[in-house]
Design a protein around this ligand. Sequence first.
Ligand SMILES: CC(C)(COP(=O)(O)OP(=O)(O)OC[C@H]1O[C@@H](n2cnc3c(N)ncnc32)[C@H](O)[C@@H]1OP(=O)(O)O)[C@@H](O)C(=O)NCCC(=O)NCCS
Length: 179
Amino acid sequence: MLPSDKNNTQRGFEKTQKQLVEIRQMGVNDLSGVLSIEKVSFRTPWSEGIFRDELFSSLCHSLVATVEDKIVGYICFAIIVDEVHLRNISVHKDFRRCGIASQMMSEMIRTSQERGVLWSTLEVRRSNTAAIQFYEKYGFEIKGIRRSYYRDTGEDAFIMWVNLKEYSSRGRKRHFHHE
Ligand SMILES: CC(C)(COP(=O)(O)OP(=O)(O)OC[C@H]1O[C@@H](n2cnc3c(N)ncnc32)[C@H](O)[C@@H]1OP(=O)(O)O)[C@@H](O)C(=O)NCCC(=O)NCCS
């Protein structure tokens, strides 16, 4: 999606309605809502089984964003010692560019910092410019490439990292707080 699509995606939900967004733990009952977003967001979507495994893993954290009880996004991340691996994030097409992914990222960072995590990392398709721009806005930098990482297309993955401590000291921490 290009930045010029911005106005087309908001469809009645604006950034100013941020207070309507609730971020909470994902539960098994949320999976149908989560899967309906997952299936239209990714070429090779995660199965229900993968989400269930995340829910029952002690390392994994899964959150949903809701607006008036409707699931509009989700984030899955795993904390391993001093690293947090962002495993999945998606927002319903009609609710993109409203700050919802930012709110979920903020929650991931807050949870990670509480646990003394120093680094965050993720993989993203080379062609996913929307996601790359989103991650760059929040301090992630491309630090490596996994060649032909995605089996469906053979596409490369960029490996992105952010040092969470550095992130705060660079004065960008305000992005992680809900206004
Ligand atoms: C990437 C994604 C999660 C972003 O969700 P979102 O809720 O729209 O993101 P936000 O509104 O919080 O965006 C915050 C900032 O990120 C950047 N950004 C987000 N989407 C962008 C886009 N399509 N183009 C350019 N920049 C973008 C902008 O700087 C934006 O700030 P702005 O709206 O004030 O300009 C969403 O596009 C999505 O669900 N994509 C499909 C799933 C996916 O690719 N997930 C990532 C897998 S690695």
